[in-house]
Design a protein around this ligand. Structure first.
Ligand SMILES: O=C(O)[C@H]1O[C@H](OP(=O)(O)OP(=O)(O)OC[C@H]2O[C@@H](n3ccc(=O)[nH]c3=O)[C@H](O)[C@@H]2O)[C@H](O)[C@@H](O)[C@@H]1O
Length: 427
């Protein structure tokens, strides 16, 4: 009997004499077998294509990912190592940021373990973030480069270290930039937050979470000073709206999964190593360069005012919040009982008008500002902020001690040395 191969590609046509019925049967059999073979061939081809694709995909991840591996895991463990009795191991998101870098150093200094996470985006000069990272590295703190939305990376970090706390400071900050790039606020402050909470809720043990909300949640609130019990349902900017959303989102994770949550409403934080996008920082730069600064003014020519809060006071507030956070009650995605849910104002309690801020800078810089006063554009700004801090005072003894004069003096000194000015030429 001819082989199937012979039947498909006969080497000598007409070699076999077969009757009609038999031939028809053979043709039919041959075409079924052919189809079967083709099908097999196609399945094999598809399977090898798919496995090749998955190899390329995972290979890419290993080739391009800046994280993973035994050495990397060892670095993470060392960085998270606790060096005091009853200390904590804290994952600090936004660790190369202004507040993140200061609190990371304070935690490490008192013997807590710290691992940083930061995506080093270019919202403002990333070299400043890298400089802050170098400071942290020198104190034995590792900052992992990665985004909150990278669930695989977050899961890996929790695989390697059973963090007791997460200090979540990574965010798209800035009130007015939200009109230029709204998507970045949703990406970091909403999607990124949920991505982080998903990992935290599934972790076993679950960490307690302290995170950065904002004084901007008070929006158009007119009760002064602002209390945590005041309305926060009238945000004036998309930035504020995403922070308010964060407060609601964290509430659901507290309610469903038993995560301990503390939201901190920061009031216009300033100081050394600060954010170049903020007014006190850009005013300093422009005054030094002899450029005009724009000062916004509210309705009826009323000056705008902010409850400017010095970074060292904020650091104390963050530490106090972490120390009193209480524990998450769930594990592996299951709630076992109610857990704390708190929101605190961290402000200075003494608002200062923006033109007064400029006067103070002029004094420390010994230079006159070229001022241009313009009506506040409808860009998300609120006329004033003023914190009532009695809740934080009661809960963890929060008491700001640095006034704007003193704080700006320290900032200016840092600014001049960081950017290489000779203070004598200026002051
Ligand atoms: O407290 C907060 O919740 C917020 O504080 C700051 O937001 P903001 O108070 O607007 O701080 P700046 O951007 O430094 O502005 C301070 C004041 O200077 C004014 N300003 C700003 C820029 C400018 O060119 N001219 C000017 O007069 C603003 O209108 C505002 O009244 C931060 O940028 C936010 O990330 C933070 O969440």
């Amino acid at each position: 009997m001819p082989s199937l191969e012979d039947e498909l590609f006969p080497s000598t046509p007409g070699k076999f004499k077969i009757d009609r019925g038999h031939r028809q049967f053979q043709r039919c059999f041959a075409s079924t077998s052919t189809m079967f073979l083709w099908a097999l061939f196609l399945i094999a081809l598809t399977a090898s294509y798919l496995s090749f694709q998955s190899f390329v995909h995972s290979g890419n991840r290993y080739l391009t990912a800046s994280w993973g591996g035994i050495h990397w895991e060892k670095q993470i463990r060392n960085s998270a190592h606790i060096q005091r009795p009853a200390g904590m191991s804290v994952l600090v998101t936004g660790a190369a940021g202004f507040v993140g870098s200061h609190v990371s150093l304070a935690l490490k200094k008192r013997g807590d373990g710290v691992v940083g996470l930061d995506n080093f985006n270019n919202y403002y000069d990333p070299s400043l973030k890298k400089a802050r990272e170098s400071l942290l590295n020198r104190q034995g703190i590792l900052v992992v480069e990665g985004d909150l939305n990278d669930a695989a990376l977050l899961a890996k970090l929790f695989d390697v270290v059973a963090f007791t706390h997460v200090l979540h400071l990574a965010a798209q900050a800035g009130v007015r930039y939200a009109m230029e790039n709204p998507g970045s606020y949703v990406h970091s402050n909403v999607a990124g937050l949920v991505s982080l909470l998903e990992i935290c809720k599934s972790a076993d043990p679950q960490p307690a979470i302290v995170w950065a909300s904002s004084s901007s949640v008070y929006g158009l609130n007119e009760n002064a000073p602002f209390s945590e019990s005041d309305r926060t349902d009238r945000p004036a900017s998309l930035y504020a709206a995403t922070k308010k959303a964060g407060e609601e989102i964290t509430h659901t994770y507290n309610h469903i999964y038993g995560l301990s949550i503390t939201g901190l409403r920061f009031f216009t934080v300033y100081g050394p190593w600060g954010r170049p996008d903020m007014a006190y920082f850009s005013f300093t730069k422009n005054i030094l360069q002899g450029k005009t600064i724009t000062i916004y003014r509210g309705k009826n020519k009323a000056d705008l005012a902010r409850d400017f809060t010095y970074i060292d006071d904020i650091v104390k507030g963050c530490l106090g919040s972490l120390d009193t956070s209480g524990e998450s009650t769930g594990s592996g995605g299951k709630k076992r009982g109610p857990a704390p849910y708190r929101n605190f104002n961290l402000g200075n309690t003494s608002p200062v008008k923006v033109p007064t801020l400029v006067n103070i800078l002029e004094k420390h810089l010994r230079m006159k500002a070229k001022r241009k006063i313009v009506e506040m554009p409808g860009n998300g700004d609120v006329p004033f902020t003023h914190a009532n801090i009695s809740l934080a005072q009661r809960e963890f003894g929060y008491k700001p001690t640095t006034d704007l004069q003193t704080g700006l003096k320290k900032f200016v000194r840092w600014y001049l040395s960081y950017y290489g000015y000779n203070p004598k030429d200026v002051q």
